[in-house]
Design a binder for this molecule. Structure first.
Ligand SMILES: *[C@@H]1O[C@H](CO)[C@@H](O)[C@H](O)[C@H]1NC(C)=O
Ligand SMILES: *[C@@H]1O[C@H](CO)[C@@H](O)[C@H](O)[C@H]1NC(C)=O
Length: 595
């Protein structure tokens, strides 16, 4: 999802982003466009662009805002049984507890149920209080078994959620998770919003390895107390990550490797000059025939077909075997199998050590594997072979860009343009990197010239539109995106960009959704469209609909990292849905957090 599944649309999606109250729309737009220059390339580097699973639905951003507002919460959280030696305070939740002196329990111990039943309410309450107080004092001195006995007796007099929760604390200290869970269940039956019991059950469930339910409990804690407890919020994020990791590991085993969306594949392929040797039209089932068929399929953007034909050409052997291997490796890489791709590229280089493109593509893989030294070595080797190949500089520019070396990137793009000024992406990226470097006027000039030179190119319009939007030139940006759609109705990106402006600036939810759906029609595998739709639906309070799209994102994911990311959104959203069902009266809290 390709990376892009990171639904940047909602500014506060990552834990280290805070949306200022001053101009949330501005911030959101900025956030949305910040990482976008990357579609062409970073997307391949799935690892680079995938945000942590912490990029999260309940938006840490709005929660921190909330934190400030609700800092004066009156509820005094007495520290209950935490195992740190403090007494489980009389009442975590401020419930009535008028008889807390650890006074005499002598009269109350070991009474029969019949005897208890015959007491007055007042007597029962007094007895329960005394027994609990005794339990607390045993708890304080870490005599958990004795404390359990007294809480158990207290419960006979009065089934109070605090008694169950305190007893659960004892069991927790004794490492008896099943008992902890059972007691918390009882406490929560009596008071479903009892946060301490939820916290305790969450911890026990995690200990037992029941991660999904632990995640749910931690989430309830966070929503119910407005994200005031940072430990619980961190636990929630940690569990979400764990749950998603586990599910992704399972899913990846059975997932068929497949190509990303055609938009993506063509963006990647278009960033290389293709084999220009004339095609023959042999149809004799030879390796050469397959090689030509593959190239034809490439031109027609029939990528699955191209991939199969290249495989066949390699298998049968053809006169351009190194090129065929290069393309085989390229598709293997696009399907997310870096190891297989390196193997193919190594073979290609063995066969034809002078074919520069293979080094460049191998660089992409080393980059994805995080091996910067090996990455740059590929470019040096390539320059040693043919210093006049413009692809080298363009792709080294991309690597420099990703690594934040904007000056170096700008030089590379310029060099690539000097060698071949007909390659549109060098121009686009030069403009983008100038913008990043803060030379707004150079960037705008670059784009204006590029627009003149490539007046019918949708990508130029689209990226220019992004820079305009970033400068709050909304009308002009809209116009650029509209033009891009006109020029290439099959390119989903301008639809999505326009949708985001409609949504964030104009507040036009319907138009925004329609545009996202337009993007999906243009490219049914467009993960960015899916993620955008899901995010809008979520923010509109339609989590069930949002889940549908997040599940599509799972289908579209190719690598384990992408899967994990998509799964984390599904899990998080499902948790919210379950919360809304089980705590209907707390739904306003949930909606407030959604911002
Ligand atoms: C996880 O915990 C929940 C709630 O206590 C329980 O209903 C469920 O059966 C548990 N699942 C597993 C796999 O243990
Ligand atoms: C905060 O959450 C942690 C982890 O769930 C829990 O152990 C702790 O008791 C909570 N603190 C308060 C003040 O509720």
């Amino acid at each position: 999802m390709v990376a892009v599944i990171k639904p940047d649309i909602s500014g506060p999606a990552t834990s280290n982003t805070t949306v200022t109250d001053a101009s949330p729309a501005t911030e959101r737009i900025k956030k949305f466009f910040e990482d976008k220059d990357w579609k062409f390339y970073a997307a391949v580097f799935a690892g680079v662009a995938v945000a942590g699973a912490g990029a999260y639905y309940l938006t840490a951003g709005s929660s921190s805002k909330k934190q400030k507002k609700s800092s004066s919460s009156k509820k005094k959280e007495a520290d209950e049984a935490t195992g740190k030696g403090k007494a489980p305070a009389s009442d975590a939740t401020g419930k009535a507890d008028k008889t807390s002196e650890p006074s005499s329990v002598d009269g109350w111990v070991n009474m029969t149920p019949e005897a208890i039943a015959s007491l007055t309410d007042a007597d029962r309450a007094e007895a329960a209080g005394a027994l609990k107080a005794k339990g607390n004092s045993f708890f304080s001195s870490k005599k958990y078994q004795e404390a359990i006995d007294f809480y158990t007796q207290a419960i006979l007099f009065k089934p109070d959620p605090i008694f169950y929760s305190n007893r659960a604390a004892c069991y927790a200290n004794l490492g008896k998770s099943d008992e902890v869970i059972a007691d918390c269940n009882e406490a929560l039956k009596l008071d479903s919003t009892y946060i301490k019991a939820l916290n305790r059950r969450a911890q026990a469930l995690e200990k037992k390895g029941n991660l999904s339910d632990s995640l749910y409990d931690f989430t309830c804690v966070c929503i119910l107390d407005g994200f005031k407890n940072e430990t619980a919020a961190k636990a929630m994020e940690r569990l979400l990550k764990k749950v998603s990791e586990e599910k992704a590991k399972e899913l990846i085993k059975t997932k068929k490797q497949k190509l990303p969306s055609p938009t993506f594949v063509s963006a990647y392929l278009d960033s290389f000059h293709q084999d220009q040797t004339p095609m023959t039209s042999t149809e004799d089932g030879s390796g050469d025939a397959y090689y030509n068929r593959a190239r034809k399929a490439l031109q027609e953007k029939k990528y699955e077909e191209a991939m199969d034909a290249f495989d066949k050409a390699v298998e049968l052997g053809c006169s351009q075997q190194a090129q065929a291997l290069n393309m085989q490796g390229t598709f293997v890489f696009l399907k997310g199998d870096t190891k297989g791709a390196v193997a193919a590229f190594n073979k290609a280089i063995e066969l034809d050590p002078k074919y520069v493109q293979t080094y460049i593509k191998r660089a992409s893989i080393y980059m994805e594997q995080g091996d910067i030294a090996a990455t740059f070595k590929q470019f040096e080797d390539a320059i040693g072979i043919d210093a006049s190949n413009p692809d080298i500089y363009y792709h080294r520019g991309q690597v420099n860009y990703i690594n934040g070396n904007f000056e170096a990137a700008a030089k590379d793009y310029s060099e690539s343009i000097k060698l071949d000024d007909s390659f549109v992406y060098s121009h686009i990226q030069l403009g983008v990197v100038q913008y990043k470097l803060g030379s707004i006027s150079s960037a705008m000039a670059t784009f204006k010239n590029t627009l003149k030179k490539f007046e019918n190119n949708a990508d130029v319009h689209n990226y220019y539109g992004e820079l305009l939007a970033d400068q709050q030139k909304i009308e002009e940006a809209m116009e650029m995106f509209g033009k891009a759609v006109e020029l290439d109705a099959k390119n989903p990106l301008p639809y999505i960009n326009k949708a985001m402006l409609m949504y964030q600036v104009r507040g036009d939810v319907q138009q925004a959704m329609d545009l996202c759906k337009g993007a999906l029609e243009a490219d049914p595998l467009c993960d960015a469209a899916v993620a955008s739709l899901a995010q809008i639906l979520l923010e509109q309070g339609q989590p069930a609909e949002a889940v549908r799209y997040y599940e599509m994102a799972i289908d579209l994911a190719r690598t384990e990292a992408e899967l994990e990311h998509a799964i984390s959104y599904v899990e998080a959203t499902k948790t919210q849905i379950r919360f809304a069902q089980e705590y209907p009266s707390a739904v306003p809290k949930l909606n407030a957090l959604r911002g």
